[in-house]
Write a protein that binds this ligand. Structure first.
Ligand SMILES: [Mg+2]
Ligand SMILES: [Zn+2]
Length: 195
């Protein structure tokens, strides 16, 4: 009935697809993880739209402009495209509730785990969220889709190992804890085969 609605993998960028830099502001500092291209290709093969969703509070903190976020991301996507692995969509949240830049200082609807960026994607494509998954190196990435009835995977790259230590106290239980984003995609492949 609803089988024609696409599912999506909402994938975090920094610490998940590329190295975490504690606020990436320079193209020279982009380092795509060696597993990323294969992971994106596998997610596609499994029928997922690949939607990159990124909290970019560096904008609210005055470290970079939204234009710079766009330029850096375009460079990431260009390099992935060279390997036939360009993600489908990109959304970012520039806000933070304690920001130094007044116009971005707010409790918004788009900073993960709030669902705003998923809803933005849904305005473009009618995504089947219960069949979708969020993947990232923070528990907020895990919660993004879990809060909406989908699944969430924690990866141990980036901040992942310290986030794993918070699982018990947080009460947030990832559907899977993966070494890398490719490991996450492989787990999804297995879980889909079992259905
Ligand atoms: Mg991250
Ligand atoms: Zn926001």
């Amino acid at each position: 009935m609803d089988s024609d609605r696409p599912k999506a993998a909402f994938v975090d960028r920094d610490g998940t697809l590329i190295a975490e830099r504690d606020f990436l502001t320079q193209k020279e500092d982009i380092e795509i993880f060696p597993q990323t291209v294969e992971a994106i290709k596998l997610l596609r093969e499994l029928g997922y739209l690949v939607v990159v969703v990124s909290n970019q509070s560096g904008v609210a903190r005055g470290y970079l402009t939204e234009q710079r976020v766009f330029e850096i991301n375009e460079e990431v996507f260009r390099r992935l495209e060279e390997n036939d692995a360009r993600p489908d969509l990109f959304f970012y949240c520039p806000h933070h509730p304690d920001a130094s830049v007044k116009e971005y200082r707010l409790v918004c609807e788009c900073r993960k785990p709030a669902p705003g960026m998923v809803k933005m994607a849904q305005q473009i494509i009618d995504i089947d969220i219960p069949k979708s998954v969020s993947i990232g190196d923070k528990l907020s990435d895990v919660q993004l889709c879990q809060n909406l009835g989908g699944r969430g995977i924690l990866v141990l790259t980036g901040y992942g190992t310290s986030e794993r230590d918070r699982i018990e106290s947080s009460g947030i239980q990832p559907d899977f804890v993966a070494d890398t984003v490719l490991d996450a995609a492989c787990w999804l492949e297995k879980s889909l085969a079992g259905r």
